[in-house]
Design a protein. Structure first.
Length: 66
């Protein structure tokens, strides 16, 4: 089984179009509205690309239903 590619916070924000502030994204994570991510042993945060893309898809579907 192939592991999902990991993304940095900067890459996730870029995937969101660069319109979301880092602090807003961290607040979303803290409230469970964004992927939690993985904390690496060196303290850096990473996100599975597959989870980020699924999350973004769910946001797009939610806005289409509104």
């Amino acid at each position: 089984m192939k592991r999902s590619e990991l993304m940095t916070t900067k890459e996730v924000l870029a995937e969101l179009g660069g319109n979301v502030d880092r602090n807003v994204f961290y607040r979303w994570r803290a409230t469970g509205r964004a992927p939690a991510g993985l904390k690496l042993p060196n303290g850096e945060l990473r996100f599975r690309r597959s989870e980020v893309l699924a999350w973004i898809d769910s946001l797009e579907q939610g806005s289409a239903a509104a």
